[in-house]
Design a protein around this ligand. Sequence first.
Ligand code: NAI
Ligand code: MG
Length: 332
Amino acid sequence: MVEEIVVIEGDGIGQEVVPAAIDVLEAIEPEFEFVEADAGDATKAETGAALPDATYELAANADATLFGAAGETAAEVILPLREAVGSFVNVRPAKAYPGVDALRPETDVVFLRENTEGVYSGHEDRLSDDLSTLTRVVTSSASRELAEFACEYVMEGRGPANGPESGFTVAHKANVMRETDGRFREEVLAVAEERGIDADEELMDAFATKLPLDPTQYGTIVCPNLAGDVLSDLAAGLVGGLGLLPSANIGHENALFEPVHGTAPDIAGEGVANPTAAILSAAMLVEYLGHQDEAAAIRSAVESVLADGPRTGDLGGDATTEGVTAAIIERL
Ligand code: NAI
Ligand code: MG
């Protein structure tokens, strides 16, 4: 069966790292049909819309979408794209690799971040010259859906080996936000108990101290939207930089994969961006579509090149995007 992958390069280094990831996918899984679509700053300048309806429709109907990055229009692109694929969880692994100078080389965590509500649900108002408010939305249904995903994730052995024995950690602030995070915590822990999964809990501020002090205490981490955004960026800092971190926005019948980084205007156009984050995002895509062996092959080729080189400038090397990509393809 041919699977349709929508490819949105976007702006800046998106136009360099996404083609690198496609080269890797073409080397490994010829049953994909790639359909290119536009979004981002340049698209807005040309058409008036950062995310044209045609791109939204393609992403909504594809088997999966690979997205690079958008510049100033990032929010105008990524939020509707996540909606197009009905994504209820954002999966963000942060793993330190041998050969990469990491602050905490023993880090191996995966954040499962609620992706639709919390403080990012869009209910924000400027009520007067002095006062602005935000309504934080937490539903039992979204909390349980995330928890169900987390349970399957750890039961299938997809999470890191660290953390609570065969379970996950839930990070929240239910001691202060009793109704919203209280509901989130209660539902996540209830689902874990129903499924027989070990779940530890941490207050998210204490967690922000404990994670950098000893990352080996944690493996799979489940959190509300904003907490997941901030804490996963904290973890990114522990493992050696943005050029390495992939992510997945998973929905029920569809998903969107993207490097965590942006358009890197300081190096865009020079052909020196690190393609690792985009290639690991492509590996998550391949895994999502059920090709476990191919995903593992991509990961191991990437790890081997990170260990031995060539490396791009962000990792202290002087290789180009193409040079690193060619080395990865050679090791597949
Ligand atoms: P950024 O991730 O683009 O860059 C931050 C720093 O990391 C820069 O020094 C950059 O050179 C470096 N970097 C990032 N990815 C790299 C890679 N693959 N290889 C080597 N170095 C890499 O974040 P910044 O500077 O905050 O934002 C730049 C633009 O990107 C902004 O317009 C922002 O709105 C957009 N952005 C878009 C995102 C998206 O589309 N999902 C996410 C984050 C930012
Ligand atoms: Mg962020």
